[in-house]
Design a protein around this ligand. Sequence first.
Ligand code: UD1
Ligand code: BG6
Length: 342
Amino acid sequence: KKGNYDHFMQKEIHEQPHSLTTTMRGRLRDNDVVLGGLKDHLKTIRHSRRIIFIGCGTSYNAALAARPFMEELSGIPVTLELASDLLDRQGAMYREDTAVFVSQSGETADTLLALEYALENGALCVGITNTVGSTLARKTHCGVHINAGCEIGVASTKAYTSQIVVMVMMALAIGADKISTQSKREAIINALPDLPNKVSEVLKLDNEMKDLAESLIEAQSLFVFGRGYNYATALEGALKVKEVALMHSEGMLAGEMKHGPLALVDETLPIIVIATHDACFSKQQSVIQQLHARNGRLIVMCSKGDASSVCPSGSCRVIEVPQVADCLQPVINIVPLQLNWR
Ligand code: UD1
Ligand code: BG6
């Protein structure tokens, strides 16, 4: 039932504090992460030569959000594959690989075909899915249910944030015995229980985002620039705009801005720049300056209190979001970009 909401997607967006709580329930204990579905396979995963994430659409974007922290916490090289592209290329896949399949439904045809392919090639196949009893859950060697609750809206929202949180927990579990990242690991484990509250906080931007969406009604196109932990946020934010507002939108790596996209920038093109506080912050500040110099119509997402350092001239529109541990920030930053494009 969609209750007081206009449509299921809206209900699912606002449900995220709850869905994230159920995703983590019973899995965080005494400074440790326990994923029942992976614990017997962690040793094999730790010894694998690489981790390959495979998915389509939003699920692929969730894997893109996971890559930086998965590499950082596990120390294992991580690659990404869009399921159809892996099949088109018959890409390299070996017995020493761990192939992680990400799918809300667990029934996406391309993802299941890629799973068959990985099984034939002898990789350890791990599933991350929202659907108990799905083909993906049954055919993988092991995996984790994201437990976000049934997702009805065609544009995925709460599954995306829960997928990221499951992959954070997975990275913590794989990297549990790594000394060099212990303090970072503890900081993330301590921050996770409060994440649903931070999501409730960012949901209060509902009216502000409605106002922003209305101001963009006449625009032909929208760019979204992100990098580092928030490269995925740019792609997923743009995907939401395409799927829901039916407007042309491109998510791009900010580091690529000067290698082409900058040529399209003028005062008519709205551009969202994700510039929350992390190791890439100063690089994003200089991207903002360059876009500003081209008279870009800037909308900057920044951490609370950073408005004047991302937009000294006061000429851009600013979306301020709560700051959390860097690898959890994509969970917060996507929420405003899910809201109100309809
Ligand atoms: C499991 C129970 C949960 C119970 C908890 C108590 C299920 C579905 N889950 O949760 O109800 O509260 O124990 O400890 O009964 N799997 C795959 N591929 C996938 C996803 C999962 O093979 O894509 C496998 C896992 O390896 C595992 C099983 O399915 O063997 C259940 O996974 P999950 O629900 O994530 O495990 P728990 O969190 O331990
Ligand atoms: C596509 C949907 O068909 O499948 C996307 O349009 C979705 O919204 C993608 O993200 C993958 O779905 P799933 O269920 O495999 O996560």
